[in-house]
Design a protein. Structure first.
Length: 342
């Protein structure tokens, strides 16, 4: 068996001084099927050494060097696996942050398509606990994280990177306002501040954003005549839809996913929703046609009618997501995109 120091040296030499390199080198002769070479021997010996040398002070270095060797030579799946093992075994290692960043970068290249299911994560629920309970095993492959409190970019980046290594994407639901003043979609300053904060958060390794029903406000014309009330309600709903479009347009980057929550009543009883919620689904769809519509609290018998109504407004059924929770009052649940319930 190689000495641990020798293993680190062999793997580091095979991986080069940096991770990456040309395609020819990344997929060169060293990884050809059936060929015997020092890299393959070092990998086999390293994997055996890691299994049988628990507690050795150089074990972490061997584990990390093995991950980098796979990475350098283009074996992305094995590299992510080995980076993940290194991070699991040595979370406080001096190289852990860089390893996590690189592992997440590789892992995102393996994620194909948009998740069919998302786990809605409460702000006080550590995602690692959720991952430990295996929501992925129930079909969830994404996290919608309800951020409450300070928006720490580094913490959010770490969360998104950890999720990527675990095979999941992250969508953020940030507070609409960072002050004691309630968010007002009709206030251009409020909308501009929200767009700024989301644009900054979009620089993180996330999949997109979730906008809750707090973005909408009912008409403020309770004492006006019926005709004026309806006119003002319609104008306000148009203005709110335009504000949402402004946020999406100012923030959006290629591939960024947007989820917006609207009530079942907004779809099934649009006149009532216009007056009581400030939501006009027709205006919203017209303003932001690529958004995923999240429908919380929709009962099973209502869902076919909701799908049908949304299709009439030109919404693809695959863009409709349901919030499903065993407890109707629970803050968390599973968003399921357009498919049957588990």
């Amino acid at each position: 068996m190689f000495a641990l120091f020798g293993l680190v040296h062999a793997l580091t030499a095979c991986a080069g001084s940096t991770v990456g390199g040309s395609a020819d080198r990344r997929h060169g002769d060293l990884l050809e099927t059936g060929r015997s070479d020092p890299l393959r021997a070092a990998k086999v010996e390293a994997e055996a050494t890691i299994r049988h040398s628990a507690g050795h002070p150089r074990q972490a270095d061997v584990q990390l060097a093995l991950a980098r060797a796979y990475d350098y030579h283009g074996d992305t799946s094995r590299a992510v696996e080995q980076y993940g093992l290194f991070l699991s075994n040595f979370p406080s290692h001096r190289e852990a942050r860089g390893a996590l960043r690189r592992a997440a970068e590789l892992a995102r290249t393996l994620l194909q398509g948009e998740p069919l299911r998302w786990y809605l994560l409460g702000s006080d629920e550590p995602w690692l606990t959720v991952h430990g309970s295996r929501p992925v095993g129930r079909g969830a492959s994404g996290l919608v994280v309800m951020v409450d409190g300070e928006e720490n970019d580094e913490s959010l980046a770490v969360l998104a990177e950890q999720a990527a290594v675990a095979g999941m994407r992250v969508v953020l639901a940030l507070p609409l306002s960072r002050t004691d003043t309630a968010f007002d979609p009709l206030d251009r300053h409020h909308v501009a501040q929200l767009a700024y904060r989301l644009r900054r958060a979009a620089q993180l390794p996330i999949a997109g954003f979730f906008i809750g029903e707090g973005f909408f406000v009912p008409p403020r014309t309770e004492h006006a005549s019926d005709r004026i009330h309806w006119q003002r309600a319609g104008i306000q709903a148009q203005a709110i839809a335009a504000a949402l479009k402004r946020v999406v347009d100012e923030v959006s980057a290629p591939g960024l996913l947007w989820m917006v929550a609207v009530s079942p009543e907004t779809v099934l009883r649009p006149a009532d929703a216009l007056l009581t919620r400030g939501q006009d689904i027709a205006e919203l769809v017209r303003a932001t046609p690529t958004i995923r519509w999240v429908i919380p609290g929709a009962r099973e018998p209502e869902r076919p009618a909701i799908r049908s109504r949304l299709q009439q407004w030109g919404v693809d059924p695959s863009r409709v997501l349901w919030v499903v929770s065993p407890d109707e009052n629970a803050a968390t649940g599973v968003l399921i995109a357009g498919g049957p319930l588990p």
